[in-house]
Design a protein around this ligand. Structure first.
Ligand code: SF4
Length: 415
C-alpha cells in the first residue's frame, strides 16, 4: 500500500533522529569559512528495485541493522525516474561536469523488467545528453541475466557488474535463494553468456565479498575463469559494535587473506585482471591520490537515490544502524547540491579532518585513510574511529608498500 507524505515525513524524522555522535557535530559553516568546498557528486546509484530474489546471509540491505527497505516501494516509478534524471542533469550542469556515472542498483535491478529498464535509461539519457554524458552500469547478482537483458544493454550502452564469490562451494555458502539453494550454477551461466564474444564488451567487472573460510588463491583463480576486466574485493561490512564474522580484536585474519590474494595477483607473470583495492593501494604508496572510497583520503562523490526518490548516502552505511544512510532530502523537493552541505556527507569529503586521533597519528594514514567509512562506526563516538579492520589494513598496506618498494629499488638498480 502506498504511504502518504505524512507517513514518509514521520519515518524520515525517526530515521534521521540525532544520536549525539560524530559527524552530527561537524560544523559545515565553519568548514566553509575556512575555505573548504564540497566536491560535487559524480556517481549516482539509483535503486531501481528495492527487493531481491536472493537471501545472501551477509547482505547489508536485508540482513543488517537498517531495515529501511521495508518502507520503500518495490520499484522506482516512472515519474520518480524522470525527476531523478532532471536532478542529475541539474547537478552536472551546475558544476560543469560533462560526464557522470549512473549505477542501476537494487535489491536486484533486473527484477524491474526489460521495459522499465529501457524507459529508465532513455529518460536518463534524454535529460542529460548531449552535454552531460552518462556512463551507465548495472550491478546484478547474475541469476536472471539472459540474452534479452544483454541485448537490451548492448542496445542502450549499459555495462554490467556481477556479484560472485569465487568457487562454487564458497559462493553457495552465502549467496543463496530463500529456500537455501545455492545460486552458483545460474550465476556461472549468466557470466558465461556475458563473457561470450557477443556480449564481452559489456562486462564491467566482478564483485566478491571476502570470506575467511575461502582460500584466497582459489577464490582469485575461480574469478579469473570469467576473464573479468576488474575485480572488487569487498571486506564484509561490520563495525566496532558488530564486528565482521571471524574477526578478533588482536588478529588480522582479513589482512592475511588479502596479502595472500595480493601475492598471487601481483606476482603473476602477466597482469591477469585489475583488483581495484590493490591497484589503489599501489597508487597511494607511489604518492598518487586514490579513486575509491575504501582507501585514501580523497573525497567521496557518490550519492544514492532510493526507489521512492529520497536521497541517501552510501549504501554500506546501512550496516551501522537503522537510518545511518538516511537524509531528510528527497529529489522531489531538493537538489543534490543541498546534500553536499549535510554534516554526514561533508564528513566523507574532508579527508584527514575526518580522522580520529589514532588514525591522525598513524604513519599509514595517507594511504589507509581510516578505511571504509562505515567500518569506523562505534556507538557513542560515531564514525571518528579507526576502521574495525585497522590491523588488517595495516598488515596489507605495509606488505604492499614493502613489495612495491623492493620492485622500485630493483628497477633503479637496473636488475
Ligand atoms: S584505520 Fe588503522 S591503519 Fe588505517 S589509518 Fe587508522 S590507525 Fe592507521
Amino acid at each position: 500500500m502506498a504511504r502518504s507524505a505524512d507517513d514518509r515525513g514521520t519515518r524520515v524524522r525517526e530515521r534521521t533522529r540525532t544520536r549525539g555522535e560524530w559527524p552530527e557535530t561537524l560544523d559545515v559553516e565553519d568548514l566553509l569559512a575556512r575555505g573548504w568546498r564540497p566536491t560535487p557528486f559524480r556517481e549516482f546509484v539509483l535503486k531501481v528495485h528495492s527487493r531481491c530474489n536472493l537471501a545472501c546471509d551477509y547482505c547489508y540491505m536485508y540482513e543488517m541493522a537498517d531495515q529501511g527497505w521495508r518502507d520503500q516501494p518495490r520499484r522506482m516509478a516512472r515519474p520518480v525516474v524522470e525527476r531523478v534524471a532532471e536532478r542529475i542533469a541539474e547537478h552536472a550542469r551546475a558544476h560543469g561536469r560533462g560526464r557522470v556515472d549512473v549505477i542501476l542498483h537494487g535489491g536486484e535491478p533486473l527484477l524491474v523488467g526489460l521495459d522499465h529498464l529501457r524507459h529508465t535509461v532513455q529518460v536518463l539519457r534524454k535529460a542529460n545528453e548531449p552535454d552531460v554524458h552518462i556512463d551507465l552500469r548495472l550491478q546484478t547478482n547474475g541469476v536472471l541475466l539472459d540474452t534479452h537483458f544483454l541485448d537490451l544493454f548492448d542496445d542502450l550502452g549499459v555495462r554490467v557488474g556481477v556479484s560472485v564469490d569465487g568457487t562454487r562451494e564458497d559462493h553457495d555458502r552465502h549467496r543463496r535463494r530463500f529456500d537455501g539453494r545455492g545460486t552458483h550454477a545460474e550465476v556461472r551461466a549468466g557470466l558465461e553468456l556475458l563473457g561470450s564474444p557477443r556480449y564481452r564488451h559489456l562486462m564491467s567487472g566482478l564483485l566478491t565479498t571476502v570470506d575467511l573460510e575461502s582460500d584466497p588463491v582459489a577464490t582469485y583463480e575461480a574469478l579469473l575463469e570469467f576473464a573479468p576486466p576488474t575485480v572488487d574485493l569487498l571486506l564484509p561490512h561490520g563495525n566496532w559494535d558488530t564486528p565482521p564474522r571471524g574477526w578478533t580484536p588482536d588478529g588480522a585474519a582479513y589482512g592475511a587473506w588479502l596479502v595472500a590474494a595480493f601475492d598471487r595477483w601481483y606476482h603473476a607473470p602477466r597482469r591477469e585482471t585489475n583488483i581495484r583495492l590493490f591497484n589503489e593501494i599501489i597508487r597511494l604508496v607511489l604518492g598518487r591520490p586514490s579513486r575509491t572510497e575504501s582507501v585514501g583520503l580523497s573525497p567521496a562523490a557518490l550519492v544514492v537515490v532510493e526507489t521512492d526518490g529520497s536521497i541517501e548516502q552510501v549504501d554500506s552505511l546501512r550496516s551501522a544502524y537503522d537510518g545511518a544512510a538516511a537524509t531528510p532530502l528527497h529529489t522531489l523537493t531538493h537538489a543534490f547540491d543541498q546534500a553536499l552541505y549535510l554534516p554526514s556527507v561533508a564528513a566523507r569529503q574532508i579527508g584527514a579532518r575526518a580522522l580520529g586521533p589514532t588514525c591522525a597519528a598513524c604513519p599509514l594514514a595517507r594511504v589507509c585513510g581510516g578505511g571504509l567509512y562505515p567500518h569506523r562506526y562505534r556507538s557513542g563516538s560515531g564514525f571518528r574511529n579507526p576502521s574495525v579492520y585497522c590491523r588488517d589494513l595495516y598488515r596489507l598496506i605495509e606488505h604492499v608498500r614493502q613489495t612495491v618498494a623492493a620492485d622500485v629499488a630493483r628497477l633503479r638498480e637496473g636488475r
